[in-house]
Design a protein around this ligand. Structure first.
Ligand code: BES
Ligand code: MN
Ligand code: ZN
Length: 511
C-alpha cells in the first residue's frame, strides 16, 4: 500500500487538516503565521496552551473548532535559519506522514521554502520547489507497506490525499516527478525483497526484471543454466547445484549515454534463499534468509529509477540469481571449483556462498563490459552487523576517490555507509593449501567482512570497484533508522541513484 494522491496547492482547500511548522523557540513559521491570522490566532494560542517547543521533528496535534478545519498538526522545525539537507526534508515529510496517516480529511502541509532554508545539493540547478518536493517524497517513502498477503488491511490508515502548500507549484511538481520515479524504483526493490522465497526464486525474479524494465527501454537478457555452463561459471553453479530451482543471470543495460562511453556496472548478490547449504544454518532466524537477494533487488530498483528518469549515462546491472540449498546434489565442504576467471576455490563452508556467486558475476561483468566503475551490493556477512549494526552499510573499495564519492552520496541521502579497510593480511588469510583460495578465512583471521571483500577483489581484475555489504540495512527492525516502515528498506537505490546523478550532473540540469 502506498499514498497515491500527492499534490501541490497554492491555497488551502475549503475543508482540510493542516500541518504547520514551529521553531524551537516556540514561534510560528512565516507560513504558519499567515494561516493563523485567518484563524484568529487559534494556532498560536494552541501552541502556548500545549507549551509546544519546535524541537526538530517534535509533533503534537489538536482539533480546531472551525468547521472548515479538522486537526492542526504541529511539527518542530528546530532553530530558525537551520539548513535542511534533502534527507532532513524527507525525514520531516516522513514524520508528517506518520502523524497525518490517521486523519481522514485532506491534509495540507503548510511548510515550504518560506519557512525552511534548503542546503545546496551538487548538480541541482534549481532550488525552487525542492523543499516541498522533498517533504512530499519523504511522506511517500514512509507510506509504503507490504500488505499483499494481509486479508485485512490496516484500518487505522485513513489518509488518501496529501497536499503541500507552495508558492511555485509547477517547480515543486516538476522536482517531485523525478522523485516519484526514484520512489517507484525504491518500491520495486522493497517489493521483491519482501516477497517470500516460494514466490521470488531465480527464474521468477528474472521475469520481474523483464516485466518491469523492458517497457522502460532497458535491455534485459537472461542467461540460463546451459549458457552459464558454457561460460564456465562453475563457482556460481556450484552454489546453485543443490537446489531444484535453476540459477539465472539477469543482465540489464541502460544506454542513456554516448555509444562509446564505458558503462558504470552494478552487480547484485541474488541468493533468493540461503539455507547455508550442507553447512546448514541454525533454524532460529533462517527465514530471514529470504532477504538474501537484496543486492540483486537493489540493482533492479536502481535500473528502474535510472530508466524512468532518463539519466544520460550508460549503466549495466547484473543480478546473480541462485538458491543455496542442501540436497544430494549440493556442493560439499572440501569441494574445489574452478571459477570463470580460472582461479580455483576450495569450498570450506557452503554458507559462504555469496562471494562464490559474485566471483563469477564480477568476472563476467568486467570481461564483457569493460566498465569504468563496478559497484557490487551484497548481504554478504553476518560480521558486518556485528561491526556496524543496522544503521550503516559496510563500504570497501580499491579506489579512494570512488569511496569518497559514495560517502558523499550517503551523506546527502541518509543511506549511510562506513568505509572499512582492506589489506594483505586478510588476503593471506584466504590463501588455500590445495587451491588458489578458500572461501572462508583461516581460523586466526577475524574480521570476516574484510576477508569476504578481499575475496571479491580477486575477481575484479584491477577495475575501479566498490563493494557494499548491506547485511543489516536491507531490513529495518527500527523504523526510525530509515525512511520506511518496518520491513524492506530498499537501501542502496537512493544512494546509488544520487551517485549516478552526480556523475551525470553536467548534463542534468534538473534533478
Ligand atoms: N547471507 C549470509 C550473510 C547474512 C547473515 C546476511 C545475516 C544477513 C544477515 C551469508 O551468505 C553467510 O551466510 N555468511 C556467513 C559467512 C561465513 C560462513 C564465513 C556468515 O556471515 O556467517
Ligand atoms: Mn550464506
Ligand atoms: Zn548468503
Amino acid at each position: 500500500m502506498v499514498l497515491k494522491d500527492i499534490s501541490f496547492v497554492e491555497s488551502l482547500p475549503k475543508k482540510c487538516s493542516i500541518v504547520v511548522g514551529i521553531y524551537s523557540d516556540g514561534s510560528l513559521s512565516p507560513s504558519a503565521k499567515k494561516v493563523d491570522e485567518a484563524l484568529g490566532n487559534a494556532i498560536g494560542s494552541g501552541v502556548e496552551k500545549l507549551a509546544f517547543t519546535g524541537k526538530p521533528l517534535n509533533t503534537r496535534s489538536f482539533l480546531l473548532s472551525s468547521e472548515n478545519y479538522g486537526q492542526v498538526v504541529l511539527i518542530g522545525l528546530g532553530d530558525i535559519g537551520k539548513e535542511f539537507s534533502s534527507y532532513e526534508l524527507e525525514k520531516l515529510g516522513a514524520t508528517i506522514y506518520t502523524e497525518a496517516a490517521r486523519l481522514d480529511f485532506t491534509v495540507v502541509v503548510v511548510v515550504n521554502e518560506s519557512d525552511i532554508k534548503v542546503a545546496p545539493n551538487q548538480g541541482c540547478a534549481s532550488f525552487q520547489g525542492r523543499c516541498e518536493a522533498y517533504i512530499a517524497f519523504g511522506a511517500l517513502l514512509k507510506s509504503w507497506h507490504f500488505d499483499k498477503y494481509k486479508s485485512k488491511k490496516d484500518e487505522k490508515i485513513k489518509l488518501s490525499n496529501l497536499s503541500v502548500l507552495s508558492k511555485n507549484t509547477s517547480a515543486a511538481k516538476q522536482c517531485f516527478e523525478k522523485l516519484e520515479n526514484l520512489a517507484s524504483g525504491i518500491f520495486l526493490t522493497r517489493h521483491v525483497v519482501s516477497e517470500p522465497s516460494n514466490v521470488i526464486y531465480p527464474e521468477s525474479l528474472a521475469r520481474v526484471a523483464e516485466e518491469e524494465l523492458v517497457s522502460l527501454g532497458v535491455e534485459v537478457e537472461i542467461l540460463q543454466i546451459e549458457k552459464m555452463r558454457e561460460l564456465e561459471m562453475n563457482s556460481l553453479l556450484a552454489v546453485a547445484q543443490g537446489s531444484a530451482n535453476e540459477p539465472r543471470l539477469a543482465i540489464l543495460q541502460w544506454k542513456g549515454g554516448k555509444n562509446e562511453e564505458a558503462p558504470i556496472a552494478f552487480i547484485g548478490k541474488g541468493v533468493t534463499f540461503d539455507s547455508g547449504g550442507i553447512s546448514i544454518k541454525p533454524g532460529d532466524n533462517m527465514h530471514e534468509m529470504r532477504y538474501d537477494m537484496a543486492g540483486a533487488g537493489t540493482v533492479l530498483g536502481l535500473l528502474k529509477a535510472v530508466a524512468k528518469n532518463n539519466l544520460p549515462i550508460n549503466v549495466v546491472g547484473v543480478m546473480a540469481l541462485v538458491e543455496n540449498m542442501p540436497s544430494g546434489a549440493a556442493q560439499r565442504p572440501g569441494d574445489i571449483v574452478k571459477s570463470m576467471s580460472g582461479q580455483t576455490i576450495e569450498v570450506l563452508n557452503t554458507d559462504a556462498e555469496g562471494r562464490m556467486v559474485l566471483a563469477d558475476a564480477l568476472w563476467y561483468t568486467q570481461n564483457r563490459f569493460n566498465p569504468k566503475i563496478m559497484i557490487d551490493l551484497a548481504t554478504l556477512t553476518g560480521a558486518i552487523v556485528v561491526a556496524l549494526g543496522h544503521e550503516f552499510a559496510g563500504l570497501f573499495s580499491n579506489c579512494n576517490e570512488l569511496a569518497e564519492q559514495i560517502v558523499k552520496s550517503a551523506e546527502e541521502t541518509g543511506e549511510k555507509v562506513w568505509r572499512l579497510p582492506m589489506s594483505e593480511h586478510f588476503d593471506e588469510g584466504i590463501n588455500s593449501d590445495v587451491a588458489d583460495m578458500q572461501n572462508i578465512g583461516k581460523p586466526n583471521i577475524r574480521g570476516g567482512s574484510i576477508t569476504a571483500a578481499q575475496f571479491l577483489k580477486r575477481f575484479v581484475n584491477g577495475k575501479r570497484w566498490a563493494h557494499l555489504d548491506i547485511a543489516g540495512v536491507e531490513i529495518a527492525s527500527d523504523e526510525k533508522l530509515f525512511i520506511c516502515s518496518r520491513g524492506a528498506t530498499g537501501f542502496g537505490v537512493h544512494l546509488l541513484y544520487d551517485f549516478l546523478r552526480r556523475t551525470s550532473a553536467d548534463e542534468c540540469k534538473n534533478c
